[in-house]
Design a binder for this molecule. Sequence first.
Ligand SMILES: Cc1cc2nc3c(=O)[nH]c(=O)nc-3n(C[C@H](O)[C@H](O)[C@H](O)COP(=O)(O)O)c2cc1C
Length: 223
Amino acid sequence: MRCFARFHALPLTLLALSISLWGAARLFAPHCGSIPVQAAELKPIELPKPQVAGGMPVMQALAARHTTRAFAERSLPPQTLSNLLWAAFGVNRSRNVKSGLGRTAPSAHNRQDITLYVLLAEGVYTYDAEQNLLRPVLAGDLRGVGGGASKHAAVTIVYVAPSKDDYAQVDTGFIGQNVYLFAASEGLNAWFYALHGHDAAAKLALDSDHSALYAQSVGYPPQ
Ligand SMILES: Cc1cc2nc3c(=O)[nH]c(=O)nc-3n(C[C@H](O)[C@H](O)[C@H](O)COP(=O)(O)O)c2cc1C
């Protein structure tokens, strides 16, 4: 009888161990809702502190904002990447007990549900705005996830949200416009576009309850 109990205890122990490991993985995952298939060779990228002064006056940036679907094959300096992501959806106010983090774009119910997947030549990262760093998700160059010239852009940002968030499209629009205005101010090209959601979600290894809504590629103008 004791033997029988031991025989059954082993699979149960293994099951409990797997559940605990899965739970721990979720705990340390970025708060984007997807389980990262973390590439061992990629390390988190600490971004330089964003420069939050300067740039073009807002009326001039609005006058210059436009879509351009062509890019030079040239990466952004870390400072420019940091500034871009901060402009997109960075933290612009200290944490408030009631409302949490203040961000550069509004969000319905202040849910701050949109996760920026940052696709660089070296891999895919998520933007941790509070820590100002990029958390690795996948190795490999997926910048061209949207097709066309996006593969040459310095960075492609994919906007990922919980599929059940009815306001996610609106929230994404605010972030996308921030990116357009930053690009205009810096003389960078920018292109916001729709994705084949299922294909993009599979490539980015998203959880089934998350969607890749849109993407936006940013980079230097071709020579
Ligand atoms: C919700 C949304 C979806 C878009 N999808 C695409 C797209 O799939 N492909 C594309 O080339 N451009 C796309 N665009 C860019 C628009 O075509 C572009 O903004 C429009 O032609 C106006 O040009 P402008 O941004 O230079 O003013 C999209 C823009 C928005 C706001």
